[in-house]
Design a binder for this molecule. Structure first.
Ligand SMILES: [Zn+2]
Length: 367
């Protein structure tokens, strides 16, 4: 009889070869191709096709061939116009916002006209192909310029972040090791993604690094990057959903910072707390004022007022799963989290956090 595979989930430590292999493979294979796609600005692909067709026409004198290339150019314009128009009718707010964003960028320097005029003209169908091409070209140029700026500024910001983090480690306000800091920041990729294709301003994960939306302001970039960099340093619990799984990607973060994934109900728990603390630590390190997540930070302040210890909270935020413990030894692989739960007891226990979480998610639904 064949041995049945065990279906139990298993925890992995960060240094385990299995997890390291997972990180390497996901980076290489781009498990989430949308990041790759979003790093190509809207219209860039179609522009390239149009240019290729034009180059082919210039090379060949055969009229039948020219006719078919011209049709291809026409199709490109049709397809990209349709893509843009579709966004304006979308039910998804960020997709709809992408429509406006396109004209805002195309009209930014006023060379092609005022943004709202461009939008109205396009929506009424009176933009010619050549006018539309200029707008797309402008959009792609602006994206490329932003990409160069991000590359330049982010390396300076990253160095500053490292210095500040080392200082904070030394004075005890950042409970991680310098080794972990260097490890996580080593080979970190900071990528610009098209604001028209993503629902966020910034995003960070250990697998894919940091993505910054092309909507960013130069003045806000440092604050944003510090926030995302704190995400990169957070403590994780890594879980392999199926112990005997041969599937290379069957690995996930069960805990990131203070966020937990409830796989059964497919939802994130304590996301507000995670973001509030991330924003707090990011601005502490940057030496500026927190700006993002005001509602979440107000909830956190409420907990502090009730007696939550910031030190204990931070220790839990940065706690990495500690590996297997001996059964019956009384040891736990997550002592800092246990400590936090204990600290919460006089405030209403973990139930208080769960209650706040429920209220938070329900209010979100109404919006
Ligand atoms: Zn965040």
């Amino acid at each position: 009889m064949e041995k049945q595979p065990s279906n139990r989930a298993e925890h992995l430590t960060e240094s385990s070869s299995e997890y390291q292999e997972f990180l390497r493979a996901t980076k290489e294979n781009q498990k989430e191709p949308y990041i790759k796609l979003a790093s190509l600005p809207f219209g860039a692909y179609e522009l390239l096709q149009i240019e290729q067709s034009r180059a082919a026409i210039a090379r060949v004198k055969d009229s039948a061939y020219i006719q078919s290339e011209n049709e291809e150019i026409e199709d490109c314009f049709k397809s990209i116009r349709a893509k843009l128009l579709m966004k304006s009718n979308s039910d998804v707010p960020y997709v709809r916002a992408g429509f406006k964003h396109f004209f805002r960028v195309a009209g930014e320097d006023g060379e092609l006209g005022d943004a709202s005029e461009l939008q109205t003209k396009f929506s009424s169908g009176s933009t010619t192909n050549s006018q539309f091409e200029q707008m797309v070209r402008k959009y792609v140029e602006k994206f490329n310029a932003k990409e160069r700026i991000l590359k330049e500024i982010s390396s300076v910001i990253l160095e500053k972040f490292k210095l500040r983090a080392v200082e904070a480690i030394k004075n005890g306000s950042l409970p991680i090791s310098e080794e972990l800091l260097n490890d996580r920041l080593k080979n970190l990729e900071i990528k610009l993604v098209d604001a028209m294709s993503v629902p966020f301003l910034g995003q960070a994960s250990q697998q894919y690094g940091i993505q910054i939306s092309s909507e960013f302001n130069n003045e806000e970039l440092e604050h944003m990057l510090f926030h995302e960099l704190v995400h990169i340093l957070d403590g994780t619990t890594i879980i392999k959903a199926n112990k005997s799984s041969e599937i290379r990607y069957d690995i996930n973060h069960q805990k990131a910072g203070l966020l937990f994934i409830d796989y059964k109900n497919n939802r994130a728990i304590f996301e507000w707390l995670y973001e509030a603390v991330t924003e707090e630590i990011g601005s502490e390190l940057a030496g500026d004022k927190p700006t993002h997540y005001p509602r979440e930070r107000a909830m956190l302040q409420d907990l502090y007022k009730k007696g939550l210890s910031k030190e204990i909270l931070y220790a839990a935020y940065f706690e990495n799963y500690g590996g297997k413990t001996k059964p019956g030894s009384g040891e736990t692989p997550i002592p800092q989290w246990k400590n936090l739960v204990k600290n919460l007891e006089p405030l209403g226990g973990i139930e208080l956090l769960k209650k706040m979480d429920k209220e938070y998610r329900e209010r979100d639904k109404k919006l």
